[in-house]
Design a protein around this ligand. Structure first.
Ligand code: 6PG
Length: 470
């Protein structure tokens, strides 16, 4: 027995990646733990459901699974992030050998991954914290893959990962060695944060179009499908258009879904990381906050009654607004991406990861959830001065007023637009040469003698004023 790879964890993602590997000619051993009455025969079930795959073996016994693997072993863990990963490593480490490779393909927090890279390094083994994006379908047919950590470990599986990943427009695999430490999981975290922002903008727009402009779901879907034919093309726009016409028993499923958003961590971790590194993050922070606010449904219902909250109908014609709505959407997306890339750039510099943003954007052009025409543009023209980038600068120039107007319209008609309004606020703050911060400095100096620097002093000395003249 010399199976080329082992996959631990037969949840949706583990199973799909295992089938993808087998299909691309990589003999693979499947392992799922045995938990009486709960998880029994799960790996075998994958074999039974996929009788056409001859190059798969299934195990519930960890030793037998490990025995089946070619040395040095290459093991992909697809299990929930958090303590489960450490427990699995506790069980695995005494049973494997120096030179073996373990990959964590889940959404682990990158700091946990850094610790684990170190732990396995000390044990003489390779560890690859690896972001995988694309959901079930992506994992099965071609995800975007973001491995970081041990470069030698990456070399051991680069061929396999290349085979199973999505391909970019030049047919290059959407996988690249991201960088050392937890950088692979770090960029996946930021990917998800941008994902949160992109989803929220579409949610905000859809609500305004339906309940402000009075569009039917079909009409909104048609608008999105139309946008999706041009520069605004994106996977999330496409699925949103689909969702808006998806019916069961004649009813729109969307309207049956409880309006409380869930989350598993990555969006919030991006926000705490941004705070830790002092990177302004308000637009994407608002995408996390919006999910939190939505969570309190019963309270919202009470307050809605108390304050008689209503969506006011927009009396203007949609036709007059539609070009502006499109412009606002375009710019809100650019801002979301700028914020995410800025966080990556800052952390990369501080941690000396030397992240390659052309490559990161390239592996995000296909397979992942935030694949889009915009990402294609970033992969070709990336610039540290993001807003000045080719294909982006024009939108910042010409779409600003539209975003501001649309946010004003939405808010004045009773619609919360947290990401779009944070976006325009953030942008205006970033492009003004005269911010309101002089007042903050004066106030700080007034009540706390915190001192300030002066515009007319190029040396940057600190000054204090005796403000209270009594
Ligand atoms: C992806 C997704 C995926 C993530 C889900 C759920 O890139 O395929 O980002 O990894 O787990 O989107 O995330 P939340 O539950 O936090 O929304």
């Amino acid at each position: 027995l010399a199976m080329k790879m082992g996959v631990i964890g037969m949840g949706v993602m583990g199973k799909s990646l295992a089938l993808n590997l087998a299909e691309k000619g990589v003999p693979v051993s499947l392992y799922n733990r045995f938990v009486e009455g709960k998880e029994e025969g799960i790996a075998n079930k994958v074999l039974e459901e996929n009788p056409d795959f001859a190059n798969m073996l299934a195990f519930e016994n960890l030793d037998a699974f490990l025995d089946s693997l070619e040395r040095p072993r290459k093991i992909l863990m697809m299990i929930p992030a958090g303590a489960a990963i450490d427990h699995q490593l506790d069980t695995l480490l005494p049973k494997i050998e120096e030179g073996d490779l373990i990959i964590d393909g889940g959404n682990s927090f990158y700091k946990d991954s850094e610790r684990r890279v170190q732990r396995l390094h000390e044990a003489g083994m390779h560890f690859l914290p690896m972001g995988v994006s694309g959901g079930e379908e992506g994992a099965r047919k071609g995800p975007s893959i973001m491995p970081g950590g041990n470069a030698e470990g990456y070399a051991m599986v680069a061929d396999f990962l290349g085979r199973i990943s999505a391909k970019d427009k030049n047919d290059k695999p959407c996988v690249t060695y991201v960088g050392p430490g937890g950088s692979g999981h770090f960029i996946k975290m930021v990917h998800n944060s941008i994902e949160y922002g992109e989803m929220q903008v579409l949610a905000e727009l859809t609500h305004l179009l339906r309940f402000g402009f009075g569009c039917t779901p079909e009409e909104v879907s048609a608008i999105y499908s139309d946008w999706n034919k041009g520069d605004l093309k994106s996977y999330l726009l496409e699925i949103t258009a689909d969702i808006l016409v998806f019916k069961e028993n004649g009813e729109l499923v969307l309207d049956q879904i409880l309006d409380q958003a869930g989350q598993k961590g990555t969006g919030g971790w991006s926000l705490t990381t941004a705070l830790e590194y002092g990177v302004p993050y308000s637009p994407l922070a608002e995408a996390v906050n919006a999910r939190g606010v939505s969570g309190e449904k019963s309270m919202r219902m009470v307050l809605s009654e108390v304050f008689q909250h209503k969506f006011l109908p927009v009396t203007d014609k949609l036709d007059a607004w539609l070009p502006k709505i499109k412009q606002a959407y375009c710019l809100a997306r650019i801002i979301n991406h700028e914020v995410g890339f800025r966080l990556m750039k800052t952390v990369s510099e501080e941690k000396k990861w030397e992240l390659n943003f052309y490559e990161i954007a390239r592996i995000w052009t296909n397979g992942c959830i935030i694949r889009s025409g915009l990402m294609e543009n970033i992969s070709e023209h990336y610039s540290d001065s993001f807003f000045e980038m080719k294909g982006i600068k024009d939108s910042v120039i010409s779409d600003r007023a539209a975003l501001a107007e649309l946010v004003g319209l939405g808010i004045s008609h009773g619609f919360a637009m947290p990401v779009m309004s944070a976006g325009i606020n953030y942008l205006l703050g970033r492009i003004t040469s005269d911010s309101s911060a002089s007042m903050i400095q004066a106030q700080r100096d007034y009540f706390g003698a915190h001192t300030y620097q002066r515009k007319d002093d190029p040396r940057g000395e600190y000054y204090h004023t005796q403000w209270n003249l009594e």
